[in-house]
Design a protein around this ligand. Structure first.
Ligand code: ANZ
Ligand code: ZN
Length: 807
């Protein structure tokens, strides 16, 4: 073995080149027998290039992929760029370049950085969302949404970011602020394109039960979808044919409904105009409500619609009708029955406007003296005395209402008044609109661009700065928007908005499989083989953004018969966040860690291992400069023990064997559970032990050690593997097996009986005390189930063998 010094720089670039030449990370898409799609959320280029946080996430995903490859799978680990969007565009505006030019610069930089970290990427399949070859199909998906009734245009009050000068989807408004620039978002009335994601609200919720995803993401999605079970009940307007339908989760409280509230924008306000005596005042209130920003903590205000009343069909009494902005037009029916005695918001409002309170449920008053719980009904006619929960259905029926589930999720606002995105592939023809013709009945004049004419290329615009008039900069480019109607051939106009970047990322995993296919977006045999994705890793911040949209898109594609699965990712794990010395990394704090410097100083292997050593991968970690040295020393010791290895022994001693097998077992489990930090600790312990028994090491032991280390430090292990005389890449070798018999001494299988019958068995360390054995047995889920809460009379324990629980 040559006594060279460990020189990561030389080793790393040499092996990276060789891997790419040998295409060791390129699976055979057609012939693969054991496909394993290992996906990592693709990055969007940011100003600073790759952040060490990106590297953290990518490394974690790569370790899993390398592990699976060594377990015999044909792992596909693609890479690409999500380069369209406000983020890149704002950066281009800031530094005064054109986004198309900047994209090419960022692309080069990103790929270079991604290359440097030594991941097992399939470089041949890389893709960029701003490439017309790619967005052709993004546009095609838009047209499919339209053809299938899932894309529509509607005028609605929408979120507007005054700084980015564009509308935003609900999901992009984080506590009232723009997701991208943190400006306060305001409301604006605009006609926009939406995707009907609400059609899938129920399925998006239901499927969560069957996918193996990080629990916190599932919780976030459940909350965002916001299922609410309640009832729709109609309240007639006195002396008229008008009916006000309300959505309530508490139909049981209807005897306490003492007034009705409509959202200020409710359509009935206009329709009832002739009968509203104070319409001027009403109109003024509605105007003002519009101007208020969404985040203003508002004292409840409202205006009564004078001259009209509603009838509470339960009490047969006339009750007043208000408009008030504490009722939102976009949830439920945009109207409520107000029950001040049992609802806090109504309580506040009723107190202010001196409206009557009727208590209809017996119970101690809590919180602001409003009783919001269930209980026994009072003052409720023939329902008095019943349990409020049980009375819900009957009361609903008695007033002609119906039980209904509502969702808080709203349709996905998909259009953006920006430049740097895929143009929405739609055409509007005035002539056809007048003749009431169009591709969809509901939207006369609108046509999707035929597939043969896709992509609708984003033109080069010198002036790409958004104007802020609710129009995209593309609306200034005549040569772009002037076109012919696909139906009548007359002069027509293109849509000039672009689509939300999240549409680009809603289907990219499909395209990765065939990014160069010119005929179709994907093909059946390939997707059938490779999809759904086995393992997807990414950031938790996308819980209700990308991770929701991508599921919706798959459900739609599935329903159209274009793909064979309705959930794109079998398993999803959210990685943790990296902080720097306790603080969030941000440019303004000047504490952003640039991975390039560390790679230069220590090598990618050291940085990779250091990042993974910080904490469990799903938890995140704190980056401290001083601690990197520890890993650098570890890899130098690894180098040394191999340099010193003479390779003469054929058989190592038992002690080494045992610890090697134990470590193999531990690391196998740890990697599967993404517990990379403990796997690395185990490697450190193993190295210590090997150093102590240097003379007794066999070549095989050395090889197992390298294999266990290979997913974490792919370059140094490859180098040492070859120095041991191997010819094939270590990354294509098989993962070490462990022999249970060799480990067994340290643990035994504890047999757990109840009344002498075998019920469960668990692994325990040899020599465990009676107390430990009893504790373990009683904590077993199976045993807890069998005992059904019964207390054991006594336990009988046979050391290192069994426990019998007598009940
Ligand atoms: C009467 C009532 C009595 C209500 C009571 C609650 C308690 P979630 O759980 O969010 O679905 N509501 C309905 N539509 C609304 C809208 N567009 N804007 C504001 N509030 C609205 O809440 C449903 C409840 O919120 C409904 O049930 C309604 O008030 C109100 F003791 O009806 B409830
Ligand atoms: Zn036409």
């Amino acid at each position: 073995m040559p006594k060279k010094k460990y020189n990561p720089k030389e080793i790393e670039s040499r092996w990276q080149k060789k891997w790419e030449e040998d295409k060791i990370y390129e699976p055979d898409f057609k012939k693969s027998k054991k496909p394993f799609y290992n996906l990592m959320m693709f990055p969007y280029p940011s100003a600073e290039g790759l952040h060490v946080g990106n590297m953290y996430a990518f490394t974690g995903s790569d370790i899993y992929g390398r592990f699976k490859r060594m377990q015999g799978y044909d792992v596909f680990e693609p890479i690409g760029l999500d380069g369209f969007g406000i983020h890149s565009e704002n950066y281009a505006l800031k530094i005064g370049t054109h986004p198309a030019k900047q994209a090419k610069i960022s692309e080069k930089r990103f790929y270079k950085q991604l290359q440097m970290i030594g991941n097992g990427f399939a470089w041949n399949e890389r893709l960029e969302t701003y490439n017309p070859e790619y967005y052709k199909w993004t546009q095609w998906i838009f047209t499919q949404m339209f053809k299938n009734g899932l894309a529509y245009r509607k005028k609605q009050q929408v979120n507007w970011c005054p700084s980015c000068k564009t509308v935003l989807a609900d999901e992009q408004v984080i506590s009232g602020e723009c997701e991208r620039c943190s400006s306060a978002v305001v409301k604006k009335d605009l006609e926009q394109w939406f995707f009907r994601i609400t059609k899938y609200a129920g399925k998006l919720l239901k499927n969560l039960e069957n996918i193996d995803w990080s629990e916190k993401i599932k919780i976030a999605q459940r909350n965002w979808i916001g299922e609410s079970k309640g009832a729709l009940i109609k309240f007639p307007v006195s002396d008229s044919k008008f009916l006000i339908e309300v959505f309530t989760t508490r139909p049981d409280t209807i005897f306490g409904a003492t007034y009705i509230v409509l959202a200020p924008e409710h359509h009935l306000v206009k329709e009832l105009e002739p009968r509203i005596k104070n319409f001027k005042e009403v109109e003024k209130y509605a105007e003002n409500a519009k101007k208020k920003s969404r985040i203003e903590e508002k004292e409840k205000t409202g205006v009564e619609l004078e001259g009209i009343k509603a009838i509470n069909l339960a009490t047969k009494e006339e009750i007043p009708i208000f408009i008030a902005d504490y009722v939102s037009v976009s949830y439920g029916t945009g109207a409520i029955m107000a029950v001040p005695a049992h609802d806090e918001r109504d309580w506040d409002f009723a107190k202010k406007y001196k409206l009557p309170f009727i208590k209809v449920i017996k119970g101690e008053n809590v919180k602001n003296s409003v009783y919001t719980e269930d209980g026994i009904l009072i003052n409720s006619g023939k329902f008095s005395g019943m349990d409020s929960k049980k009375a819900k259905i009957e009361i609903t029926k008695s007033v002609g209402g119906k039980i209904e589930t509502q969702y808080h999720l709203r349709d996905w606002l998909i259009s953006r008044q920006r430049y740097w995105g895929a143009p929405i592939p739609m055409i509007y023809c005035e002539h056809c609109a007048k003749a009431k013709k169009g591709e969809s009945k509901e939207m006369p004049g609108w046509y999707s661009v035929p597939e043969k004419d896709l992509p609708v290329k984003l033109p080069f615009a010198k002036n790409f700065r958004p104007e802020g008039e609710g129009k995209s900069p593309l609306a200034l480019i005549k040569s772009f928007y002037e076109t012919k109607c696909p139906a009548c051939g007359k002069k027509a106009r293109r849509e000039t908005d672009v689509s939300d970047t999240f549409l680009d990322s809603a289907w990219y995993y499909l395209r990765y499989l065939e990014p160069n296919n010119k005929k179709s977006a994907w093909t059946q045999p390939i997707i059938k083989k490779w999809l759904p994705v086995e393992m997807y890793i990414g950031g938790a911040e996308h819980a209700v953004l990308h991770l929701l949209y991508v599921r919706f898109a798959a459900m739609a594609l599935y329903d159209w018969g274009l793909i064979h699965f309705d959930e794109p990712f079998k398993k999803f794990r959210a990685h943790g966040l990296l902080v720097k010395e306790g603080a969030k990394m941000s440019k303004s704090k000047g504490n952003v860690v640039n991975p390039d410097e560390y790679v230069k100083r220590f090598g990618a292997d050291t940085l990779r291992m250091y990042l993974m050593f910080l904490a469990p991968f799903e938890q995140g970690g704190d980056f401290r400069d001083s601690a990197v040295m520890g890993i650098a020393r570890f890899l130098n010791r690894v180098w040394k023990i191999f340099s010193d290895f003479s390779g003469n022994n054929v058989k190592s001693n038992e002690k080494i064997q045992k610890i090697i097998h134990q470590t193999t077992k531990k690391i196998t489990g740890d990697i599967e559970g993404l517990s990379y930090n403990t796997a690395i600790s185990a490697l450190m312990v193993l190295l210590n032990e090997m150093e102590k028994q240097k003379e007794d090491l066999a070549k095989k032991d050395m090889e197992v050690f390298l294999k266990l280390l290979a997913p974490f430090a792919p370059h140094i292990t490859e180098e040492l593997w070859h120095q041991l005389g191997n010819k094939k890449s270590i990354h294509l070798e098989s993962w070490p097996e462990y022999d249970k018999k060799i480990i067994i001494e340290d643990s035994f299988n504890l047999v757990i009986q109840i009344n002498g019958k075998l019920k469960d068995a668990v692994e325990m360390p040899v020599g465990a005390s009676d107390k430990e054995i009893e504790k373990t047995a009683l904590a077993s889920e199976k045993i807890i189930k069998f005992l059904e809460g019964k207390k054991p009379k006594k336990t009988v324990i046979v050391k290192n063998r069994l426990i019998n629980i007598v009940v």
